[in-house]
Design a protein around this ligand. Structure first.
Ligand SMILES: Cc1cc2nc3c(=O)[nH]c(=O)nc-3n(C[C@H](O)[C@H](O)[C@H](O)COP(=O)(O)OP(=O)(O)OC[C@H]3O[C@@H](n4cnc5c(N)ncnc54)[C@H](O)[C@@H]3O)c2cc1C
Length: 567
């Protein structure tokens, strides 16, 4: 058995921020990741990280625009913290060594992004996530944080109603080990790959969401799935919003800048409107026959110089995967699954919650931060550039709180027996011999989710998705693996990950069925209007022996009352 005060599960930006601040608060901290930490999905973030550093900007304007972007579902206390404290977080990152791009006066350069006419997205070329991750990792090494690289968590451990550690598999040997901890922080990222295609890395499989769901944590706003307006049709790769932020146009087959159309409600910000609005507009253009092979066109020709200066990565992606030189011709793109606004319900200190009678209570010892969590700073639609900030700011707060909590409690009771239960699960998987493999079932699940729970939904489609996902769940127990060895068995990991993903799919569908209105990224064609009278509330789902149960929590409103949303 391995022991630490604080166990951070996840080595992306949220995990690194949590580990660093728990360490700074004096705790003995370990960080664990199923991939080498700097390969976490955070490394794929191209566009940048928001902070109202500009002279003509303020954290209050940033907060208001985040609330508006969230379609008034975000908790405004969390948003105020994100936007006000986030400013110092950027300076801290810079002092740690993040070489943000500069403007002509030597200040941090900020680019335009969606949902605002301000430039407030700090960046390092179009490799922001990767740069920040490497700098943070250096800081963790400097602070002697123990890093368990390529370890895969299979279950959380509970003692007397409190979370007290996890069982994890060392991938290189296949050995299972109990990790005992006074507090556990889940920073396992989103669940993008529950959809096919997705902009997310193949490792983004919702593990932490399912781990928390299984110990009774509340999972909130899972119906809020963000489709990003510009992804490549060939493989779902992302073309950063920064391109539209710099002035790129969206054109339909007739060559019209369709965002100018009144019906999309964005005649001022046009292509820079929020993602839910632009993705819906594109989908309508395509559905009504003004698309080009299931896509619309991103036109960067008039911003050629900026592309060559600050967007090397997308220039190359378009060249390599679409065979398009974006400085010479428009690029076919379409909306693609990108981000989950929902996640494990937390408060602003990262604490997780569970149902208790008619109310809710904190789930002692369990924390979450980053994309796996729902604090909720993004409500029904996240603004681009706000996720990295969420990871840094709420990772910091969760780390600090988890360290203090660990100081205040006695060591929990943990036995090694949990290893045997996990071992048995693996033996059972090895014992099966069928033709059914995890990747085939995973693809089926992803396509069902994309078809019925994408940009537009309705009750009939959601019920069909539920039926089909249940059927996939039934067949899950027939999956077998080719590789029955223990060393670096990715075949086995794929089976374990699919189990997590199916839990995520279930929570998305039941939450989308529950919300009978259209808000932000959740558009129900059978309930096309936003309904503030009945639906300014969060949908929460939790696991019971009879299946998922739905409940509701109030939205925190501090200073911005809901209003009509136009861009
Ligand atoms: C292509 C792309 C571009 C993006 N661009 C931007 C952008 O420009 N600006 C912005 O603000 N946001 C952007 N986002 C969103 C943002 O990058 C993510 O929301 C954020 O990085 C998530 O960070 P995280 O720390 O929560 O999770 P991740 O970075 O996904 O890290 C998850 C960690 O958990 C570990 N893990 C998962 N499961 C297990 C397990 N079972 N056992 C052990 N470890 C496990 C993984 O190994 C990994 O270390 C982008 C996202 C994508 C996909």
């Amino acid at each position: 058995m391995i022991e630490h005060d604080v166990l951070v599960i996840g080595g992306g930006l949220a995990g690194m921020s949590a580990a660093l601040h728990a360490r700074q608060a004096g705790a003995d901290v370990a960080m664990m990741s199923k991939v080498y930490p700097t390969r976490s999905h955070s490394a794929a973030a191209q566009g940048g990280i928001n902070a109202a550093l500009g002279i003509a900007d303020s954290w209050e304007v940033h907060a208001y625009e985040t609330v508006k972007g969230s379609d008034f579902l975000g908790d405004q206390d969390a948003i105020e913290i994100l936007c006000s404290e986030g400013i110092q977080d950027i300076f801290t990152l810079e002092h740690h060594g993040v070489i943000f791009d500069r403007d002509d006066e030597g200040r941090i350069h900020m680019r335009g992004f969606g949902g605002t006419d301000k430039s407030r997205t700090c960046h390092v070329g179009d490799m922001t996530g990767q740069t920040i991750l490497h700098v943070m990792y250096e800081q963790l090494l400097r602070m002697d944080v123990k890093s368990y690289d390529e370890w895969f968590v299979t279950t959380l451990l509970m003692d007397d109603g409190a979370c007290c550690g996890a069982v994890a598999m060392e991938i290189v040997s296949g050995k299972l080990e109990v990790f005992k901890a006074k507090s556990v922080i889940l920073c396992t990222g989103g669940c993008g790959r529950v959809y096919e295609p997705s902009t997310n890395g193949l490792i983004v499989t919702g593990d932490g969401l399912a781990l928390a769901y299984r110990v009774g944590a509340l999972i909130m706003d899972m119906e809020m799935v963000q489709y990003h307006p510009t992804t490549l049709p060939a493989n779902g790769f992302l073309i950063t919003e920064g391109a539209r932020g710099e002035g790129a146009y969206l054109l339909n087959a007739d060559g019209d800048r369709f965002m100018q159309n009144e019906r999309y409600g964005a005649t001022t910000l046009l292509e820079k409107a929020s993602r839910d609005i632009v993705s819906r507009a594109e989908t309508i253009e395509i559905q009504e026959g003004r698309g080009v092979d299931g896509c619309v066109l991103l036109d960067c020709r008039h911003i050629k110089d900026r592309i060559l200066e600050a967007f090397h990565q997308i220039y190359e992606l378009a060249q390599d995967y679409a065979n398009v030189d974006i400085t010479q011709e428009p690029l076919p793109i379409r909306p693609g699954m990108h981000y989950i606004m929902g996640g494990i319900k937390t408060d602003v200190d990262g604490r997780c919650y569970r149902q208790n009678g008619d109310g809710v209570e904190a789930l002692p010892g369990l924390y979450a931060a980053g994309e796996v969590a729902c604090v909720s700073a993004h409500g029904a639609n996240r603004l681009g550039g706000n996720s990295l900030l969420d990871c840094v700011a709420f990772g910091r707060r969760a780390g600090a709180h988890a360290a203090e909590y660990a100081k205040s409690i006695n060591p929990p009771n943990v036995s090694d027996q949990a290893v045997e239960i996990e071992e048995q699960k693996i033996i059972d998987i090895f014992a099966r011999s069928t033709d059914l493999r995890a990747p085939a079932l995973r693809l089926e699940m992803g396509e069902i989710m994309h078809q019925y729970t994408g940009v537009f939904r309705d009750e009939a489609g959601l019920l069909e998705a539920q039926r089909q996902i249940r059927e996939v769940r039934n067949r899950y127990n027939e999956i077998s693996v080719h590789d029955k060895g223990r060393v670096f068995n990715t075949d086995l990991l794929a089976v374990l990950e699919l189990d997590y993903m199916l839990d995520c799919a279930e929570t998305i569908i039941v939450s989308a069925l529950a919300r009978r209105e259209s808000r932000g990224a959740h558009t129900r064609t059978d309930y096309p209007e936003r309904d503030d009278e009945n639906w300014i509330k969060h949908v929460v789902v939790y696991q019971t022996p009879d299946g998922p149960k739905i409940d509701y929590l109030p939205v925190t409103i501090t200073q911005w009352q809901p209003e009509a949303r136009k861009y």
